[in-house]
Design a protein around this ligand. Structure first.
Ligand code: DX5
Ligand code: ZN
Length: 218
């Protein structure tokens, strides 16, 4: 199974996101990662469902939507209708997790749970039978361009070993500080999908940068 690259458009220019999406279309990335932030769950504010729905018609890539928001139950239908292919929310929210999972899945959308660096991985264990991916945050959520947290490597390994031992069909997505070295390390301990923002967007040519990361890791 090829390693999937999911460029995080948080690294792109919001004033011309159509251009970024069209570039990603020409790359070997299978996913496009949308970081939704509400300024409450994380100290940053990005975009809402209309931003995603306006971009939906520009790409057939997998829209990998990462909700770093509270009150997911209030907004989940908007992100479903916006054209998300995968919706991941955080395990740290104070909401009915099972009900959110079923609302997402009954709309034939894949469901993920994201976990912050300080949250023990067994918090998501009860839900692993019902979800399609786990997003292991290897930075504190809220901003791109942060350094990869090496102390998350063991967490990735533990989750991967558990998924294998239980024979679960759950993918592990890593989000934060991914480059050639950290990406390789994460794959060695079981990662399937790598989100990359600043590493790709700081390079002159987004398509070349994405393809070079894909080729280096596959
Ligand atoms: C951080 C976001 C990440 C981030 C990745 O809260 O969830 O997706 O944009 O950006 P880099 O790759 O620059 O860490
Ligand atoms: Zn993200």
């Amino acid at each position: 199974m090829a390693i999937i690259i999911s460029p995080s458009i948080l690294g792109g220019s919001f004033s011309n996101m159509e251009k970024t999406i069209l570039e990603i279309n020409d790359s070997k990335a299978e996913y496009i990662h949308f970081d939704v932030m509400d300024g409450d769950f994380v100290p940053n504010l990005t975009f809402g469902p209309q931003f995603i729905s306006n971009l939906r018609s520009y790409s057939n890539k997998v829209f990998d939507v990462h909700l770093m928001i509270n009150r997911v139950e209030r907004f989940i239908d908007n992100y479903i209708e916006a054209g998300s292919d995968i919706i991941s929310f955080h395990i740290e929210i104070e909401e009915d997790i099972e009900s959110l999972i079923s609302r997402i899945k009954k709309n034939n959308i894949k469901c993920g749970i994201a976990i912050k660096p300080l949250t023990p991985w067994n918090k998501i264990q009860p839900y692993l039978n019902d979800i399609d991916q786990v997003i292991v945050m290897t930075v504190e959520p809220g901003f791109g361009g942060q350094l990869f947290l090496n102390d998350q490597i063991n967490k990735i390994k533990n989750i991967s070993e558990y998924i294998k031992s239980e024979n679960l069909d759950v993918k592990i997505e890593i989000d934060g500080g991914i480059n050639y070295e950290t990406g390789k390390t994460c794959i060695e301990v079981g990662a399937d999908i790598l989100v990359a923002g600043s590493f790709l967007f700081k390079q002159a040519d987004l398509v070349k940068a994405t393809n070079s990361l894909f080729d280096a890791l596959n």
